[in-house]
Design a protein around this ligand. Structure first.
Ligand code: MN
Length: 139
């Protein structure tokens, strides 16, 4: 969506746009709350219950995650990343294949600032999820 070419203040969320239960590109019941859409930028709060996670995917212009509550994971296909918790800030490079989501026994909420389009790919398998847990010293 094109910007209005003037500033705006969204009072907590985009007025009139319903919360979005995310569909087949996520594992588990994931909800997104629309905060802002501007030219090339989408901002959502995303809530993951325990065990829920994105599929593998990329963002054309990269993505920032501001972790606001709980604990979970942000993992790249190159083996970078690891556990995340409230207060952490994550940057994914443009085109970097990755996933993010909750821990096995913890909720996770993050604000996602997504730049450009995205490419959804295959699910994170239970084995891949377990590998992230096993690689984290504090799980
Ligand atoms: Mn992402």
């Amino acid at each position: 969506e094109r910007g209005s070419e003037r500033m705006r203040i969204n009072r907590g969320r985009i007025e009139g746009e319903p919360s979005d239960r995310r569909g087949p590109t996520f594992t588990g019941e994931v909800w997104a709350e629309p905060l802002l859409k501007a030219d090339g930028v989408t901002v959502n709060t995303v809530f993951f219950p325990p065990g829920a996670r994105t599929h593998w995917h990329t963002h054309d212009g990269g993505q920032i995650l501001l972790v606001t509550h709980g604990r979970g994971f942000a993992i790249s296909d190159a083996g970078d990343g690891g556990p995340i918790q409230a207060g952490d800030v994550v940057w994914f490079e443009p085109g970097e294949r990755h996933w993010h989501g909750a821990g096995p026994e913890t909720y996770l909420t993050h604000v996602a600032i997504s730049l450009g389009g995205h490419d959804w790919q295959d699910p994170v398998t239970d084995e891949q999820f377990q590998a992230a847990i096993d690689a984290a010293a504090d799980y």
